[in-house]
Design a protein around this ligand. Sequence first.
Ligand SMILES: Nc1nc2c(c(=O)[nH]1)N=C([C@H](O)[C@H](O)COP(=O)(O)OP(=O)(O)OP(=O)(O)O)CN2
Length: 200
Amino acid sequence: MLIRKLFKFENAHIVRNCTSDRCRRSIHGHSYQVELILSANRLDHGQMVYDFGLLKGVIKDLIDSFDHAICFWSQDDAGYIDACKTYSARWISLPVSPSAEQFSRVFFFLADQVLQQTTTQNGEGDVQVHSVIVHETATGYAQCFREDIANSQMGLLSLNDIEFSEQVQQEWANPQMYEQLKQGISFLNPEVTPQVIVNA
Ligand SMILES: Nc1nc2c(c(=O)[nH]1)N=C([C@H](O)[C@H](O)COP(=O)(O)OP(=O)(O)OP(=O)(O)O)CN2
């Protein structure tokens, strides 16, 4: 079974080396919509694949990091990167260029890491990220599947190579959250007290 949770953010970027002239050498923004699709072959005690509410913690904070931020490829021109860092308090440095395709890989990678490091407490089964769809505009989207993450032609992703500005980190519910993720420290989902349903 699949479930899907939608996230939204506004972000600015340049995507170098693409065919579209406006896209490759002018800073521009998009209202992104991100569909996180999870799969599982069994349901938890609430008869859900994964409670939507649980996706409003670390995963939401990570995706919301990109809101009102500028995103740049760490291999971009040093002067441009300096300007992004100087004139925007919220910035994110990526090891890949910020195309819709790479955003979908980055969000798959991050959500997958969080889920792998999450200790569930409500009988969840084999919950996994199935795919991530990133809508860059109303007419264009990219969808990432698991096999795209390890595809070296698309560029290697690692937690250490994704950098969030100080301002972005301060706005997380737990500013240490990314460090925790990098160190492999587990996230604990809330405990659920079973309710006894008494029939009248
Ligand atoms: N496969 C991809 N193609 C393009 C990407 C991308 O990430 N992946 N990105 C861009 C630009 O960022 C651009 O701003 C969006 O392009 P486009 O869809 O052409 O945008 P429009 O709003 O002009 O398109 P409409 O069809 O008028 O909505 C370019 N290509």
